[in-house]
Design a protein around this ligand. Structure first.
Ligand code: SF4
Length: 318
C-alpha cells in the first residue's frame, strides 16, 4: 500500500464517536476529531467488538491472577477474554503497517496504554496499575510506532511530542516507500539534525556517526536500526535549555546577515523563553522571520523550525 500524503492514525473506535462501549456510549474526542483530523486520517479499531463481544455488554476488568493479568467479566469472572484480546492484537499488527501512530482510549482494560486500574482476585482494587491487554501487545510488537492515550494528549507537552513523532514517522514511511538509498537517508537525516539535537545530544552524535558510514551497509537493516534509535530519542521531552541551545546554533547562521540590534532582539527572546516568560512559539517565530528575510538553504530545510502544520498551534503552550 503506497504511503499517502496525510499520516494515517489508528484510533480506539469510541474516541472516533462510534457507540461501541459496554454501555452503548461513545467517548468522542473533540481535539482529535475536530482539529487534528484536519491534517491526518483515522482508521478505528475496537478490540472488544472485534473479538465478538456485544454492544451493550457486561464490563470487563483487569485482575491479577496466578502471576498474570487476566481480563475477566465483572459479573462472571469465569469468563476470561484475555487470550482473545491478545490474539486480536497480534492479528491487528499487520493492519497497522503504513500507519503513523495510534491513539488509545485511556483507562480501558483493553485499550489503556499505561496505568489502567486492576483488581485482586478477591475483588479488592490492586495497588499495581497495568496496561490494557490489547494495547500492551501492540506496544510490545510495534515499539517505534508513536502511541498515546487521549487523556495524556490534554498535556500540551505530551501532545506536541506525540504530533511531532507522528509526522517524523510518516516521513520515515515515505522515505522507505520511495526506495532506500544512501543519498535519501543522508538527506532525511540532514533535515532532522537540529530536531534530534534538541531531543538528545547522545542520539545526535550516535545517529550522525551511523549516517556518515553507510558504505557497504544493508540499507533495509540500517533503516530499522535508525528508526528505532530516532523514535526513541524523539520520545524524550525537550527541556527549555535544550531548545535554547539549538536556537543559539541557528542564530549563528544569521551572524553575518543581521545587525547588532536584530541579534539583541533574538537573544532577548531566547532569554524570555528560557525564563519561562514566553512560550516556544515566540523565539521560533522571530527566528523564522529572520530566516525569511535572510534565507539559508540548509536552515530552510530543517524540520526543527516547521515540524508539523503550524496551524495546530502546538508551540503556543510549551
Ligand atoms: S476503549 Fe477500546 S475496547 Fe473499549 S469501547 Fe473503546 S475502542 Fe472498544
Amino acid at each position: 500500500m503506497p504511503i499517502s500524503d496525510r499520516p494515517l492514525i489508528a484510533l480506539s473506535s469510541c474516541l472516533a464517536g462510534e457507540k461501541v462501549r459496554y454501555d452503548s456510549a461513545h467517548k468522542r474526542d473533540r481535539w482529535l476529531m475536530n482539529e487534528f483530523s484536519e491534517y491526518v486520517d483515522y482508521a478505528s479499531f475496537c478490540p472488544e467488538v472485534g473479538i465478538g463481544l456485544t454492544i451493550p455488554r457486561t464490563p470487563i476488568r483487569l485482575v491479577h491472577k496466578d502471576g498474570d493479568v487476566r481480563v475477566l467479566d465483572v459479573r462472571d469472572p469465569s469468563i476470561d477474554v484475555t487470550d482473545r484480546l491478545r490474539n486480536f492484537a497480534f492479528d491487528t499488527v499487520p493492519k497497522l503497517e503504513g500507519m503513523s501512530g495510534y491513539v488509545f482510549k485511556s483507562k480501558s482494560p483493553s485499550c489503556g496504554l499505561f496505568k489502567v486500574k486492576a483488581y485482586m482476585e478477591n475483588g479488592h482494587p490492586s495497588d499495581t496499575p497495568v496496561p490494557g491487554a490489547y494495547a500492551e501487545v501492540l506496544a510490545q510488537e510495534l515499539p517505534d510506532l508513536p502511541m498515546e492515550e487521549e487523556g495524556r494528549l490534554c498535556d500540551d507537552m505530551l501532545r506536541e511530542n506525540f504530533v511531532n513523532r507522528v509526522f517524523v514517522y510518516h516521513r520515515l514511511l515515505k522515505l522507505k516507500d520511495e526506495g532506500l538509498s544512501a543519498k535519501a537517508i543522508v538527506a532525511f537525516h540532514s533535515r532532522h539534525k537540529y530536531m534530534i539535537m534538541a531531543h538528545s545530544q547522545v542520539a545526535y552524535q550516535s545517529l550522525g556517526q551511523k549516517v556518515a558510514n553507510l558504505k557497504g551497509i544493508d540499507l533495509d537493516v540500517f533503516y530499522l536500526e535508525y528508526r528505532r534509535e530516532l523514535m526513541a530519542a524523539l520520545t524524550q521531552r525537550v527541556k527549555r535549555r535544550q531548545h535554547v541551545n539549538v536556537m543559539q546554533h541557528l542564530t549563528g547562521y544569521l551572524k553575518k546577515a543581521v545587525d547588532k540590534d536584530d541579534k539583541k532582539e533574538i537573544l532577548e527572546a531566547l532569554d524570555d523563553y528560557k525564563r519561562g516568560d514566553v512560550p516556544l512559539v515566540v523565539p521560533m517565530k522571530l527566528l523564522s522571520h529572520y530566516f525569511r528575510c535572510h534565507p539559508d538553504p540548509y536552515i530552510g530545510d530543517q524540520y526543527y523550525l516547521n515540524p508539523y502544520p503550524s496551524s495546530l498551534k502546538l508551540r503556543n503552550n510549551v
